[in-house]
Design a protein around this ligand. Structure first.
Ligand SMILES: [Fe+2]
Ligand SMILES: [Fe+2]
Length: 197
């Protein structure tokens, strides 16, 4: 196998996603990469690092549930009640670990962005925020408030992340599904900052 750690990073990330994902989800990955690059530019963040994180964010998404749990166990990733109930919640943390192990990624903010993209996290950094939002507003996303969220994403990243978290919590409540505590805490953190502004 060629040494992917020596490849141009974007090329290696693209290859990892392409070989692990269906055409449909790889398409989503590329749309998130384009969206995050654009949003990163608007908000003064590094578009290349944002794109790189986006290419990897869903790389583990199509693993079977059992494999998430096995890998999480082998790699010592935290597994709580929500992850045991719904192992696909681990696709971010597992993808971050794949990036580290297979591509030698050491950029902590990139790894955090990949790790946190599903649930968010209180105190999440700008790269995490921009990827979280881009994932929710890429051009093929289609839900009633997406237009408003797309506009907000260009003006106010934190506001867009808060809005998106509120939406996902409400969605879970409608379906009587639990929300991951990290999402509830991330929203509280963003709202605290909104009030303080
Ligand atoms: Fe994802
Ligand atoms: Fe995604």
């Amino acid at each position: 196998m060629e040494d992917r750690k020596k490849m141009y990073p974007e090329e290696a990330a693209d290859l990892l996603a392409r070989e692990r994902l269906s055409a449909k989800r790889y398409g989503h990955t590329l749309r998130v990469a384009d969206t995050v690059e654009d949003l990163a530019r608007i908000h003064g963040l590094d578009p290349d690092r944002a794109r790189f994180a986006a290419l990897l964010h869903d790389a583990a998404r199509e693993m079977p549930a059992e494999e998430f749990l096995n890998l999480a166990h082998d790699w010592g990733l935290p597994v709580g009640e929500p992850e045991r109930e719904s192992p696909k919640l681990l696709h971010g943390p597992v993808a971050a670990e794949l990036a580290r192990r297979e591509l030698g990624v050491e950029d902590g903010e990139v790894l955090d962005a990949i790790r946190e993209h599903t649930t968010g996290r209180p105190g999440m950094g700008p790269l995490s925020l921009v990827l979280y939002v881009a994932d929710k507003v890429e051009p093929a996303r289609d839900y009633p408030s997406v237009g408003r969220l797309r506009r907000l994403a260009r003006e106010d990243l934190r506001g867009a992340a808060a809005e998106s978290l509120r939406r996902s919590i409400a969605h879970n409540e409608e379906r009587r599904r639990p929300t991951h505590p990290a999402s509830v805490e991330a929203l509280a953190w963003l709202e605290e900052a909104e009030e303080g502004a």
